[in-house]
Design a protein around this ligand. Sequence first.
Ligand code: SF4
Length: 361
Amino acid sequence: MVQRQCRAMTSQSVSGKTTLSSRLAKQIKVTKTKATTAKQELWDIEDLHSVAATTAPRYFSPVQTRKQRQVNTLPKSNLPAKKARQDEVSKTSKIKIGTATIIKCELVPPNETMLELKVEEAAAVKTEQDFPNANWLQHLENIRLMRCEKPAPVDTLGCHQCADQNANEKTQRFHKLVALMLSSQTKDETTFEAMKRLKAQTLTPASIQGMPAVELERLLHPVSFYKNKAKYLKQTSQILVDKYNEDIPDNIQELLKLPGVGPKMAHICMATAWNKITGIGVDTHVHRIANRLAWLKKSTKEPEQTRVQLESWLPRPLWSEVNHLLVGFGQTICTPVRPNCSECLNRHICPASASVLAKKK
Ligand code: SF4
């Protein structure tokens, strides 16, 4: 399924061949000759609403509209005629960014366990000069392609995967918050295992509140700063029991008041637990990559500064995907130390890549 999504995307031509780009090129070529009857393989951004109902994770190309795809002589989609999809169309609107069109719409949940994810009103988009890097959209498109090709730990072990699917919704929201609190400066694998140990007991605010601190610390170890996190978890659980009937707050302001909850966790929690997009979750990966790609008018030192700058220009419909997309990219290719630039589709348009830096010398 992931590979089929890849084929629907347009690829920026980049000079030079890498294993990855060659493979992607082959996939696209194969699709052009064989996919005339495979409607699911023709996913452009205008299909976002209908395709989102059946698949996850979802990456769509904002670069190629249906009209552009037809112009590019790719096979026609078997999607219902526009008239039959009036409801869907009425929920969408378009914004122009340079030569690209981005569709703002409501996402339908991919299955019953996900509530409707509502993308909020798009911020007014001005002109290309307002973007810190003219290549940003192509960067994003290339990262989508690379993410399709290479699964990352966050896809299967991320915080959104840590909730007990058999628990009630209130408890699942608490599980997502706990996973986010544990995840700071901790590998996804370690957080996931700690969550498994916690869930093997009963994991509710009341159970954490009643658990001896040493027992909680034992369950969290080897999560980084597990003693501090155990303390914050107990304090937060106490507040949730006293003030929220063991649920979590449904707004960013109250979430940020909980001990051990920072802006990154709060925004991701609002998206994954309440399906409300309130901001971009900027962790160390998003912070690093945004700086490397010069997606910021001024380079930043702190993730919170990066969040403020990104939110000042990145179209709001893209906010919900940026964290998951860049975290996985940072785990697999644009790693903190020795990024795999030779394998990266952005290597010729990335200000931080070795090839670009070498040319400048
Ligand atoms: S630093 Fe290297 S891996 Fe990261 S985006 Fe730039 S070219 Fe790609």
